[in-house]
Design a binder for this molecule. Structure first.
Ligand code: COA
Length: 154
């Protein structure tokens, strides 16, 4: 069974290892220093643990939605933006990302996020938690794949 708790600076290395073990796309990978920064300053981010070992995370921050890639009707709003939600490959398909996402929705009803258009797992997790696709942009990532922007209005 897993548990969810707030991130701490000591979690940076485990989050780095999880993300670099197998991420959906290269654009999602952060350096070890970036992870140290995130774990220190993005304190309203969470990790999932199994027997006290950190095996997954959802990290992010609150942002203004005034962005050319976001439909204008949202531009006067702010939302939590999960920068990364990742589970170590050895612990996937156990409901950990779903639970992290549910936990996030309970903490921040208004959320904006962005995924690779082919990331069916992430899309399923988000659509089953009331996220709606508000824009699709083709040829967005280095691999030629598109992106989907999703918003959840709590
Ligand atoms: C996407 C990711 C976070 C899912 O983590 P996970 O802990 O295995 O997900 P869960 O076990 O919570 O699965 C949640 C749901 O997604 C479904 N799912 C999982 N993998 C799936 C896949 N490849 N295709 C379709 N659905 C999938 C599960 O069946 C489950 O559905 P259910 O709750 O209706 O039964 C994980 O694969 C990952 O870390 N990928 C790399 C990083 C990434 O893509 N992050 C997301 C965008 S930043």
């Amino acid at each position: 069974m897993f548990k969810i708790r707030h991130i701490t600076p000591e979690d940076a290395e485990a989050c780095f290892i999880t993300q670099h073990a197998n991420h959906y796309h290269e654009g999602g990978l952060y350096s070890e220093n970036a992870m140290k920064f995130i774990s220190k300053f993005l304190t309203d981010s969470w990790v999932a643990t199994v027997d006290d070992k950190v095996v997954g995370h959802v990290i992010g921050l609150i942002q203004n939605l005034k962005d050319p890639n976001i439909p204008e009707e949202y531009h006067n709003l702010i939302a939590y933006n999960p920068l990364d939600n990742c589970v170590h490959p050895d612990y996937r398909m156990n409901g950990i990302s779903g639970a992290l996402t549910t936990h996030l929705c309970e903490s921040y009803p208004m959320i904006k996020t962005q995924i690779h258009a082919d990331n069916t797992a992430a899309e399923h997790i988000l659509l089953t938690r009331d996220f709606k696709i508000v824009r699709e942009i083709p040829n967005f990532y280095k691999d030629g794949g598109g992106t989907k922007i999703l918003i959840r209005e709590g």
